[in-house]
Write a protein that binds this ligand. Sequence first.
Ligand code: HEC
Length: 129
Amino acid sequence: MISTAKNRKTFGGFILGTLLVLAITCSNPMYGQANFDKTKSTQSNIPDSIKVILKRNQCIACHREKDPLVGPSFEQIAKKEYSSQQLLKLIRTPQTSNWPGYPPMPPVKSITEEEVNNLAIWIMTLNKS
Ligand code: HEC
């Protein structure tokens, strides 16, 4: 008998605790803020010459400058400090194991060496670390 009453009390405490966590999570303004920033950063400062390359090869469907989308952001990629030769290889034959948690990138063969050279220079400017 006594132990049943004790269990009920513990269960009640558990429910109360769960509700409290939920209330805090929902009222936390940071969550709304994150969503807001996501829509904002789709209008980024990508130079026109780079936008043309990203659009022509459809990279923009999966990559953004600052926020990860389907693939990592170009800022994240910049931290790897790839040379343009390495970038060319990775775009034509992606190595998904480099990005745990991401789906595989389909190989993009349409991109030219010159386009990758220009991309590489731009990506380098995003590395702020
Ligand atoms: C259908 C979605 C999709 C498209 C289109 C796409 N990517 Fe990716 N990309 C990804 C994903 C997902 C990853 C991470 C997993 C992987 O590398 O397979 C990635 C990874 C990368 C990497 C990191 C490579 C590494 O191994 O560190 C680079 C650089 C890159 N993409 C550039 C590009 C460029 C440039 C284009 C356009 C020519 C492009 N991607 C098109 C989804 C995409």
